[in-house]
Design a protein around this ligand. Sequence first.
Ligand SMILES: [Zn+2]
Length: 182
Amino acid sequence: MKTIFITAGHHNRDSGAIGNGYQENVLTKELRDLITSKLREIACLKIWNDNDDDTLSQVIAKINKVATADDFLLEIHFDSDERISASGTTALVASGAREKSKDFAGQLAGDVAAIVGITNRGVKSETESNRGRLGILHTKASSCLLEVAFISNHSDMEKYQQYKEPLALAIATTIRDTMLKY
Ligand SMILES: [Zn+2]
């Protein structure tokens, strides 16, 4: 049975970005749990979540032990920029990612743009991100690192808070449909 890995960016030892009264690791854990519970309601899939006390390298090591090329992975983040006007959602994939990873990422960015009502910045390669190579995108699973919205943008966060429940359901539906398709 295929596994969907749904992980929260940053975990307990690293707050991630901070903005508009929000802390990234609190948002990522909340959305991971919302998506996971919606997915349990609509599909019978093997779901793997990260442990909040693990570091990123521990999470990657655990996934590497069990992931196969049939599996999918979604890691959740929130973007941040010094320019408070920066807005929208971005789906990052590995450099040289498989077509099914790009398809998955495109669907996820489309879900956020449509439901939260923010700009779709599209699917981008990790080489276009400010960190260059993202280890979480290099397990055997077909993977997407979703930068849901800008924590530094007041309007993005207001809309996200308003629509996070239907967004979690839409993402759960995309995960189910993607895993049925491939
Ligand atoms: Zn992040």
